[in-house]
Design a protein around this ligand. Structure first.
Ligand code: ADP
Ligand code: ASP
Ligand code: MG
Length: 424
């Protein structure tokens, strides 16, 4: 039997009892004859607690030190999980991301994995050990500094290791039974998807469904690694994230809409009164790129003929709000815009489904569902298989529920169970 990579999220490792429970589950896989490599996240809300601590200590902590701090969370998990396995009579060895050969670029806080050199893991497997790896972290090949992969990044560690080790499957163990048609925390009638394509899962992850980290899905698609998302609290079969071409036609569901995702982590900036001239938008977005800010949606209004001025609005990660506002403020004289507006009371709601390609009227149905729920649309963006809208933050839940119902996604019997976690 081949190698199995399992990843346990923080919600599955909230206290000593759950560490022991996870250890028993890992040992079962070993007993079944697999070589087992386990990736762990920080226990419970440890990462959030460490971020809170840093904020209390320093208003602007250096990114390097933030990474040193946050990687400690996963380090605690790997050691205690390893101890619990050893107590069950099996030998386990824990490794930091750096020891495991997770090589990243040098961008603190959102590093990308550029290579995995799992020599020490392979040796440990060959010696018969269960291997435990700290997720969410790596080491920069250039600077040799310790990096983190961005929130939720342990999923990506797991898939990257699965690819490097040519594992049969990457199992992501979490606090819900799989990928649902919406976040079960806000839509109790959400339905579990038995299978979902990489393509749809990519859009869901990019649209804020934090069940899987976006880069983990990108990685899985590139290396054709099947992901099995399932609960660490139940033995139910979860959701398979796969390439539909790899499965029998009749196994794949053909729903038009896979699900509704939401995201409360974005903010909106409006640059008011930009002269309507060639090159102004380029200058604004070059400046933002220069400070490593990723832009999501962009809307430029038609300029009023009388003034020749236009407004440009865009969304970005809330956490980058101050960086972006600072960089744009320095451009005011050069561009001569009027003012900047910052709004972090926004949320994004996205409808995702490969069936959109071939079914007209989806946009109309989505917008009329929002209208019936009294939800006002601030911005709109689309891809071939996704429609996203920006709405007022406190209307996010109403919007998700309205869309879920309008597209007949509600389960007739309640399927969604949230076993743990605080949803932080
Ligand atoms: P872990 O600690 O295991 O990494 P996360 O909190 O990162 O867990 O991700 C699991 C959570 O993702 C669930 O508890 C759920 O609230 C949320 N979630 C958001 N969208 C979905 C979805 N479409 N299907 C399932 N869970 C979702
Ligand atoms: N512990 C990290 C976080 O909370 C990484 C992860 O959970 O995947 O974001
Ligand atoms: Mg997660």
């Amino acid at each position: 039997m081949g190698i199995v990579v399992q990843k346990y999220g923080g919600s599955s490792l909230s206290d000593a009892a759950s560490v022991k429970r996870v250890a028993r589950r890992i040992v079962q896989a070993k007993k079944a004859g697999h070589d087992v490599v386990v990736v762990v996240s920080a226990m419970g809300d440890t990462t959030d607690d460490l971020i809170d601590l840093a904020e209390q200590v320093s208003p602007r902590p250096p990114a390097r030190e933030m990474d040193m701090l946050l990687t400690a969370g996963e380090r605690i998990s790997m050691a205690v999980v390893s101890m619990a396995i050893n107590d069950l009579g099996f030998s386990a060895r824990s490794f930091t991301g750096s020891q495991a050969g997770v090589i990243t670029d040098a961008v603190h806080g959102k590093a990308k994995i550029i290579d995995v050199t799992p020599g020490r893991i392979v040796s440990a497997i060959d010696e018969g050990h269960i291997v435990i790896v700290a997720g969410f972290q790596g080491v920069s090949g250039d600077t040799k500094e310790i990096t983190t992969l961005g929130r939720g990044g342990s999923d990506t560690t797991a898939v990257a290791l699965a690819a490097a080790l040519r594992a049969d499957v990457c199992e992501i163990y979490t606090d819900v039974d799989g990928v649902f048609s919406a976040d079960p925390r806000i839509v109790p009638a959400a339905r579990k998807l038995d299978r979902v394509s990489y393509e749809e899962m990519l859009e869901m992850a990019a649209s804020g469904a934090k069940i899987l980290h976006l880069r983990c899905v990108e990685y899985a698609r590139r290396y054709d690694i099947p992901i099995h998302v399932r609960s660490s609290f139940s033995t139910l079969e979860g959701t398979w994230v796969i390439d539909p071409a790899d499965t029998k036609e009749e196994d794949m569901e053909h729903a038009i809409i896979a699900g509704v995702a939401h995201d409360r982590s974005e903010a909106k900036i409006t640059v008011v009164g930009v002269p309507d001239k060639v090159g102004e938008a380029a200058r604004i977005f070059e400046t933002l790129a220069g400070v490593e800010v990723n832009i999501d949606m962009v809307v430029q209004n038609i300029s009023a003929a009388a003034t020749g001025l236009t407004d440009i609005s865009f969304t970005l990660p809330r956490a980058d709000g101050q960086t972006a506002m600072g960089a744009l403020a320095r451009l005011q004289e050069e561009i001569g815009y009027e003012k900047l507006l910052f709004d972090d009371q926004v949320g994004k709601v996205s409808l995702i489904g490969a069936g959109m390609r071939s079914h007209p009227g989806i946009t109309a149905k989505f917008f009329s569902a929002l209208a019936s729920a009294g939800v006002n649309i601030g911005m709109i963006s689309t891809s071939e298989i996704r429609i996203s809208v920006i709405v007022d933050e406190n209307q996010v839940e109403a919007a998700v529920q309205a869309a879920h119902t309008a597209f007949d996604l509600d389960a007739t019997e309640v399927e969604a169970v949230v076993y743990g976690g605080t949803g932080r």
